[in-house]
Each structure stands twice: as C-alpha cells, then as structure tokens.
Ligand binder design. Structure first.
Ligand SMILES: [Zn+2]
Ligand SMILES: [Zn+2]
Ligand SMILES: [Zn+2]
Length: 250
C-alpha cells in the first residue's frame, strides 16, 4: 500500500496569494516548497483512491478511467472544490464516499454528473476497499468530519484532517488500535495565540502524539505561519513536516 501526500497546505495554501512573508516568497521561487490543498492518494491492488478533492486540476493529474473512487473527510471547500468541474466528465463514473451528504453543497448533489454520492461512511464502521481495511473515525472540526485509519499488513496509518484535538471516542479507538503512522492537521505555529479554532497548532499535535504514540507523526494542512516558524525552530523528535509528494509505504 502506497500512501502519497498530494497536498499539505492549509485552507490558504502556500504561497498565499499576495503574501510577502519568507515562506510564501520561498514557495514562489521554488515550487517544491509550495503547499497545495490537503489531499492524498492511496494506491493498492493496482487502483488509486484520491482522499479529498480540493485540487483544482484533478482532471489533469488523473487520466480518464484512472480514478474510480474518491474519499472525502468533510465538505469544506478546500476539500471538495475540485469536484465542481470534475463532475462534468463524460462516460465515466466516480464513487465519492464520505460523511453524511446532508452537509454537502446542494448544488453538487443536485447536479452530480459522473459523481456517485450514494455511499456514505459511519463512525467506526469498517469497510474494505482495494484490499485495504478502512475504519472511519470522527474528528473535532467546525462541521462533521471523518478521519480514516487504513490497516494493511498488520500496520495502521491514520489520516486525520481537519481537526482540533480528537473526540474521546476516537482516542478510545486508537487506545485499542495502535497507530504506526499518524498524518495530522497542524495548521498553526505554537506561538499563534490568536489562531481561529477548529485546527491543531503544533502544541495540540504534541499532546496527541504523546497520547497515541505513533512511531511516526507527519504534519499536514500546514499554514504559512507554521512554515515560517519551522524555518527557525526544529520540530520535536518523531514529528516531521509533510510535503507535497511525500510517499509512505505500509
Ligand atoms: Zn481544510
Ligand atoms: Zn505568507
Ligand atoms: Zn475543514
């Protein structure tokens, strides 16, 4: 099972349009440092699943027929905006699995085109896709949001964005299901006292890392303030920043 972080940016991404902070200037000069909307791919048994659809160039990245399944964490625009153009494809069918669609934009459901929203996921109700067992786990965000624990070869990778902390039932689940690799929302630097809620800062991630104790914690949904902070401060042991294109094999 190959898991790739396609995008690791916060809702603003990096570079932020018009921003002249050091992180954004560096990302303009070196596209390798840019952060696209938080998203990932899961490849197994010769199939690819896209996790979240905030990219606006899905059609260019995935040739027709190569993408049959998208999993969504929630229906904020930075996780679904790419669906609005993708839906007008022709002769294709793409299954879109995610939380209850009552929270999805009515426009997207009314004119769903090639997208099939008929399958939704329920908390802690596991399912298998392309040979990978998946457990949806509720997150703590400003609207209903699901993280996913992927189990393969006796190991577990947890993809947890967007969230601020974790609900107690999700912490209980991980107490009984050890996590090897945790990929988690870390939008804010630890010194951002005025950060809006619903996303982790590095301090929040540290608490979760100590509680869940994965062997590897990888940050995603990273804002440019955190990039600037990381430019002059080392990350704690066993915690690393994700970057667009990072591959994890399980
Ligand atoms: Zn987001
Ligand atoms: Zn900036
Ligand atoms: Zn969100």
């Amino acid at each position: 099972m190959k898991f790739t972080l396609v995008g690791t940016g916060s809702v603003k991404g990096c570079p932020v349009y018009g921003c002249d902070c050091p992180a954004c200037i560096r990302a303009v000069m070196d596209p390798f440092l840019a952060r696209r909307p938080a998203s990932a791919t899961l490849e197994s048994d010769g199939e690819v699943i896209l996790i979240d659809a905030g990219l606006t160039d899905i059609e260019e990245r995935f040739p027709p027929g190569s993408l049959k399944h998208i999993m969504l964490t929630h229906y904020h625009m930075d996780h679904i905006v790419g669906l609005f153009s993708l839906r007008w494809g022709s002769g294709l069918r793409i299954s879109v699995t995610g939380p209850d669609t009552s929270d999805a934009p009515a426009e997207l459901l009314k004119h769903s085109g090639i997208l099939d929203f008929s399958r939704t996921v329920s908390p802690f109700a596991p399912f298998t896709v392309n040979g990978v067992r998946v457990t949806p786990v509720p997150l703590s965000h400003s609207r209903p949001t699901m993280g996913y624990a992927f189990h393969r070869n006796g190991r577990t990778l947890a993809y947890l964005t967007d969230t601020l902390g974790l609900p107690v039932e999700t912490l209980h689940f991980f107490a009984g299901n050890p996590v090897n690799v945790m990929i988690i929302d870390c939008s804010y630097a630890p010194d951002m006292t005025d950060a809006p809620g619903a996303h982790n800062s590095l301090n929040d991630v540290l608490e979760l890392h100590q509680r869940i104790q994965p062997s590897r914690t990888i940050l995603t949904h990273i804002g440019h303030e955190l990039d600037n902070w990381m430019n002059t401060n080392p990350l704690p042991k066993d915690i690393e920043a994700g970057h667009d294109g990072l591959v994890i094999t399980l």
